[in-house]
Design a protein around this ligand. Structure first.
Ligand code: F3S
Length: 64
C-alpha cells in the first residue's frame, strides 16, 4: 500500500495527523507532507483511518 498525497487539495485540517500521527506529518504551516514509500503492513489500518479523516479527500490509498 502507498498513500498519494494531493497537496493541492490539502487545506491544513490536520485530521490526518491526529488520526495517524505515525504516518502523516505536517509542515510548519500545517499542511500535510508527502508520504514516500510503502506503508508498513501493520500500519495499513492506521493509514486508511488517516485518509478517511481528511475532509478534503487529499489522501488517496493506492493498493496494487
Ligand atoms: Fe491536509 Fe486533509 Fe490532513 S486537509 S492536513 S491532508 S486532514
Amino acid at each position: 500500500m502507498r498513500v498519494e498525497v494531493d497537496q493541492g487539495l490539502c487545506s491544513g485540517h490536520a485530521q490526518c495527523a491526529v488520526a495517524a500521527p505515525d504516518l502523516f506529518q505536517l509542515d510548519e504551516d500545517g499542511y500535510v507532507l508527502p508520504y514516500d514509500g510503502e506503508v508498513p503492513e501493520e500500519r495499513e489500518p492506521q493509514a486508511r483511518v488517516g485518509a478517511r479523516a481528511c475532509p478534503e479527500r487529499a489522501l488517496k490509498i493506492l493498493t496494487t
